[in-house]
Design a protein around this ligand. Structure first.
Ligand SMILES: [Zn+2]
Length: 250
């Protein structure tokens, strides 16, 4: 989970439209929020990802659900309140179900930075305070099949790539392979890898955390600095992914 910057409400969602549709929901129970402009607006500020687990919800097999942070049946006046709507995958929406976020608050990633309440430990998310702990529990953020295994796959692939990049860099520094092609392969390789930790990438919190906490990354950065290959773009990428990464639980 990462902090999301909510965009202004869709222009189609005027106060009149909101009132009409809210009344329609109250009298018919119809899913009045299932409109293209609402879905498009929600996907735009979440980079097409689920606001909780960061899976891509634009993939064909997945399905965007308009999530009501304050549950729709309990807080009917808020069913079309833009601030109450979030883009979520079927799993997270179903898992959170009718949890009452006013009585027992959890992290709303459009308002609260999850980084301040969640930590990371061996592909598992842990709450660093009561708000974080309840968030992990309500959303089942350590769902073995759907989330922990996925984090492991992503993390393991990143670690392998970091090891390979270190080997390539050793050959470059030792003069075994000093071609421009080799240099570009190393620099572009680490840039591509770090981009997986940007907010626009799926599972960016996991990717950023794994990269920044792997000793292979520190080693690679030190080696690249020693031969002046750690450039301004890499420095910027490092600063950027620090915002999506979670701290490790110690
Ligand atoms: Zn999800």
């Amino acid at each position: 989970m990462i902090k999301l910057n909510r965009t202004p409400k869709p222009i189609e969602l005027t106060d009149a439209v909101k009132n009409n549709l809210t009344n329609e929901f109250k009298s018919t129970g119809k899913s009045v929020w299932n409109t293209d402009y609402i879905k498009k607006g929600l996907l735009s500020f979440s980079h097409n990802k689920c606001c909780y687990c960061e899976t891509n919800i634009k993939e064909e097999s997945k399905y965007l659900e308009v999530e009501h942070f304050h549950h729709k049946e309990t807080y009917k006046d808020e069913v079309l309140d833009w601030e109450n709507l979030l883009p979520s995958c079927k799993r997270c929406n179903g898992t959170k179900n009718d949890h009452d976020t006013k009585l027992e608050p959890i992290v709303d990633p459009s308002k609260i930075d999850p980084k301040n309440h969640l930590k990371y430990w061996r592909y598992r998310i842990k709450g660093s305070d009561e708000l974080g702990k309840l968030t992990v529990s309500v959303l089942k953020l350590n769902d073995q099949d759907r989330l922990v295994k996925k984090r492991f796959e992503i993390g393991n692939a990143i670690q392998e790539r970091l090891e390979q990049l270190n080997e390539l860099t050793d050959d470059y520094i030792n003069g075994i392979q000093r071609s421009t092609r080799r240099k570009n392969r190393i620099v572009n390789g680490i840039k591509d890898l770090m981009k997986e930790g940007l907010p626009s990438s799926i599972y960016s919190a996991t990717a950023a955390t794994v990269i920044l906490t792997d000793t292979e990354f520190d080693t690679l950065k030190r080696k690249l600095n020693s031969v002046d290959l750690w450039d301004a773009e890499l420095s910027q990428l490092e600063i950027h992914i620090t915002t999506t990464a979670l701290d490790l639980e110690r």
